[in-house]
Design a protein around this ligand. Structure first.
Ligand code: PMT
Length: 320
């Protein structure tokens, strides 16, 4: 696997329409990273959720994937607990930090409208039993919001994601080694270039639909080499065949020469990951007891990576 040439990814961008929030998000991310870096805080970009791959330019149909955004949203919370400022680049309507715990709930079942005595007004009461743990969650969320420590940025399609990833990298790059990239989004490897996409809805006919998709250039290559060359970069590797997992993680590290790959399989991703670096391989797992106590693997991943990040920052201060 050869690292991508500049022409692969610059050609990809020249064939895409920028997302509507491209300029405003680029400005917001740059301002956010600059403010927090000036205050001495580490800044992490957490990517989260799946990417939508349109089949028509006036999109009726698209390809998608399984990712819920649980990993990214949970990890963002643990980064915040450790004092990071977090840019949360996430798929529209995927899970968000803090509210993720209540995503399966019909909010209206937990709320009641109560008349305010001797007025025509109403107030809304929440049934705390229907919202487990809501008070500490709300307190943490409010503290994070008031301190301006979390910047959510939304994407929807694959090309939106890649545009915003590049803008995020450019925004965080001035933070040097204190910037971390935590690339947990499930990004499509295949797409149909705009020039080859039908404009209108594909008609159903007598013959089966045949699609030819192009490879998406791996954005890890320019990210590590050009967009944020001094940052600490963690990518994820997802496989369904566990026998290939670590070898593929190692291959990614050797190709892109970034710092860490978090390797996981589809079925066990909530309880087990392998953290792979150039010279180490560490298993992180939840015990049965920890699962019962509702502990989360994301807490262990983020704790471990923040220690690796500290070492990386220290090492970058002392020239070899
Ligand atoms: O959201 P959840 O349901 O909680 O699931 C979490 C998760 C399984 C999605 C997450 O833990 C995970 O593994 N995310 C990465 C999935 C993935 O895209 O793996 P991959 O092996 O296809 O890609 C490896 C890396 O290459 C990724 O970090 C990706 O950011 C990067 N990539 C992918 C495509 C592309 N064009 N350029 C890239 O740089």
């Amino acid at each position: 696997m050869a690292a991508e040439k500049e022409s692969d990814w610059s050609g990809f961008f020249s064939g895409c329409v920028p997302p509507p929030n491209a300029d405003s998000s680029a400005r917001a991310m740059a301002e956010f990273a600059e403010r927090h870096s000036a205050q001495g805080r580490r800044v992490v970009l957490v990517t989260s959720g799946g990417t939508k791959v349109p089949l028509e330019s006036r999109t009726v149909r698209f390809l998608d994937n399984f990712s819920s955004g649980w990993r990214g949203a949970g990890s963002a919370e643990y980064f915040l607990e450790l004092g990071y400022a977090v840019v949360f680049l996430h798929r529209h309507r995927s899970l968000s930090p803090f509210s993720r715990r209540y995503s399966g709930l019909n909010l209206l079942d937990a709320l009641k409208a109560v008349p305010v005595a001797e007025t025509t007004r109403w107030r809304v009461e929440a049934d705390q039993a229907a919202l487990p743990g809501i008070v500490p969650v709300l307190q943490r969320y409010t503290a994070v919001r008031e301190a301006g420590l979390l910047l959510p940025v939304e994407f929807s399609t694959l090309s939106d994601y890649l545009y915003l990833l590049r803008a995020a990298a450019q925004a965080l790059s001035p933070s040097g080694p204190k910037a971390m990239f935590y690339l947990a989004a499930a990004v499509s490897d295949f797409f149909i270039p705009a020039s080859e996409m039908p404009e209108h809805k594909i008609q159903s006919g007598a013959s089966p639909l045949q699609l030819t998709m192009q490879m998406v250039p791996k954005m890890l290559a320019p990210l590590v080499k050009d967009w944020a060359p001094h940052a600490f970069v963690t990518s994820f590797k997802l496989e369904t065949d566990s026998s290939q997992l670590v070898a593929r993680a190692r291959k990614a590290l050797a190709t892109y020469r970034h710092q860490v790959v978090v390797a996981n399989t589809l079925e066990t991703r909530r309880v087990y990951v392998v953290i792979v670096t150039e010279d180490s391989q560490i298993d992180l797992a939840l015990s049965e007891n920890e699962v019962k106590q509702q502990q989360e693997i994301e807490e262990k991943i983020v704790q471990h990576l923040s220690e690796c990040h500290t070492n990386f920052i220290e090492k970058s201060k002392s020239p070899e």
